[in-house]
Ligand binder design. Structure first.
Ligand SMILES: NC(=O)c1ccc[n+]([C@@H]2O[C@H](COP(=O)([O-])OP(=O)(O)OC[C@H]3O[C@@H](n4cnc5c(N)ncnc54)[C@H](O)[C@@H]3O)[C@@H](O)[C@H]2O)c1
Length: 442
């Protein structure tokens, strides 16, 4: 795909979020508060990071907005869908992420964000029991209704463009089935045949967004956009897609820390990651079928950074088959902690002559506080990509995602290494700003 300079935005940017829970309400509250000068959007690359452009005497370090034409926070108009009818204010209060002093000054704006009825199927998230749900004849009808919601939102708000972001619960694991997910034609036929087993509601949202000319971002570990059918649709509609699973706490640390082990040629015999989490996300993930989706996403991070086939002496030992280090990830639902997740990593490494050592990392994080800036960055950069004529899988957004999209049918290996991902991000920004991509270290 030819790279071109991004066109300047015209008018407002609609941000339609699937799921109005802890992450979404924290994201929205932060943007609205920042707009009023009441809070700072800390952790957001698009608001803070500076990238070098030019070399030698011409080199300058600029904020993204001075390189590319990003939409302004003031231009964002929010909308949402949720299974529960709570508006964004009620949801922020229920989530208990933010303090009253941070929510009350933006109460009116948050109350105005009322969720549209969700495209939902209880078999995909058994622990949820809301009644703000669409009546759908079949999966095709579900998709058509979401498309209508997007069109109505555009009409009612007068926004120029829309980005759709999935920040809803993790669905049960849907393995890729070539017969259904392998082509757009097969996917559409399955939707029309109401194939509930292979067509998750999230696929209906993605299909609707792309068909309505909106980039789609998958913030959960759902396999929604990891299928050739969806790539075909993104190519056909010339829309960007990004996914999957916000890289927030433990996996951010992992993708930043694993390169230390790899770069210094230390050995790894095992990496055990566990978490305690007490919010609704934790409740949904307590269901084994939903946790499976998360587990697959979280496990993928190390595979392309510490590769046993490349370094059998260093990474080729540890599990039962003695072919690879042992990598295990657990999430335990523990209500007292609510959104304040605690992650522990125990890393068993070995050094000179095989002598073992251990590293322990204890991250006491706040899930939604880490996810909110990623929502903002993913939304603004997907909108930018669309204006730069980029479509299909947006690899430069891998930096923000636990399990980056890649074309596995072509044996493509995803880039999980945090600092390689950062180079990809910086170069995409440079190119969309009309500068040359480069590999200079700075
Ligand atoms: N916070 C993090 O650090 C982080 C990191 C990576 C991924 N995620 C993912 O982000 C998602 C949101 O997390 P959260 O903490 O806000 O969860 P949450 O439970 O507070 O909110 C999710 C909301 O989605 C709604 N929902 C579920 N299915 C829906 C559907 N089909 N249509 C519309 N709404 C639907 C639920 O009713 C709920 O209100 C989860 O999938 C989580 O795994 C979060």
């Amino acid at each position: 795909m030819a790279t071109k300079k991004a066109e300047a935005p015209k008018g407002k940017l609609g941000v339609l979020v699937v799921g109005l829970g802890a992450v979404s309400s924290t994201f929205m509250a932060g943007v609205l508060a920042a707009r009023k000068g009441l809070a700072k959007p800390i952790g957001s690359m698009t608001q803070y990071d500076k990238i070098r452009v030019g070399e030698g005497e011409d080199k300058k370090y600029l904020h993204y907005k001075d390189i590319v034409p990003l939409a302004e926070l003031d231009d964002i108009v929010f909308g949402a869908w949720d299974v529960y009818p709570a508006n964004a204010f009620e949801s922020a209060v229920n989530a208990e992420v933010l303090k009253a002093k941070d929510i009350l000054p933006i109460k009116e704006e948050l109350e105005a964000i009322k969720p549209m009825k969700a495209a939902f199927d209880k078999n995909y998230a058994k622990r949820l029991d809301g009644d703000n749900v669409k009546e759908c004849k079949d999966r095709w009808d579900m998709t058509e209704q979401i498309r209508e919601d997007i069109r109505n939102f555009k009409k009612e708000t007068g926004v120029d463009r829309v980005v759709v972001l999935w920040a809803a619960s993790t669905e049960v694991y849907v393995p890729v089935d070539e017969k259904v997910h392998g082509s757009l034609e097969a996917l559409e036929a399955a939707m029309k045949a109401d194939d509930k087993e292979h067509i998750a509601p999230s696929m209906c949202y993605a299909y609707a967004a792309l068909s309505e000319g909106a980039p789609f971002i998958m913030g959960a570990p759902n396999t929604t956009v990891d299928i050739p059918a969806m790539w075909e649709l993104a190519e056909k509609t010339k829309m960007p897609i990004a996914g999957k699973d916000f890289k927030t706490g433990q996996t951010l640390v992992k993708s930043g820390f694993a390169p230390i082990i790899g770069t210094r040629c230390l050995g790894l015999s095992g990496w055990f990651s566990t978490n305690i989490l007490g919010n609704r996300d934790g409740l949904v993930l307590d269901e084994p079928a939903n946790f499976r989706t998360k587990e697959v996403s979280k496990l993928s991070t190390l595979e392309s950074i510490l590769v046993p086939e490349d370094q059998p002496d260093l990474y080729g030992h540890g599990n039962d088959e003695d072919t690879q280090y042992y990598h295990k990830v657990r999430i335990n639902y523990y209500p007292p902690r609510n959104d304040n997740k605690e992650g522990w990593d125990n890393i068993d490494i070995f050094g000179w002559m095989g002598y073992p050592m251990q590293i322990k990392i204890n991250f006491l994080c706040r899930d939604s506080i880490l996810a909110a800036p990623l929502c903002l960055d993913l939304v603004l950069l997907s909108d930018l990509a669309q204006r730069a004529g980029r479509y299909g899988i947006q690899r430069f957004l891998s930096f923000f995602l636990k399990s980056p999209m890649h074309d596995y049918t072509e044996n493509e290996v995803p880039v999980n290494h945090l600092f390689q991902q950062y180079v990809m991000l910086k170069n995409a920004i440079r190119e969309m700003g009309g500068y040359e991509a480069d590999e200079t270290i700075d």
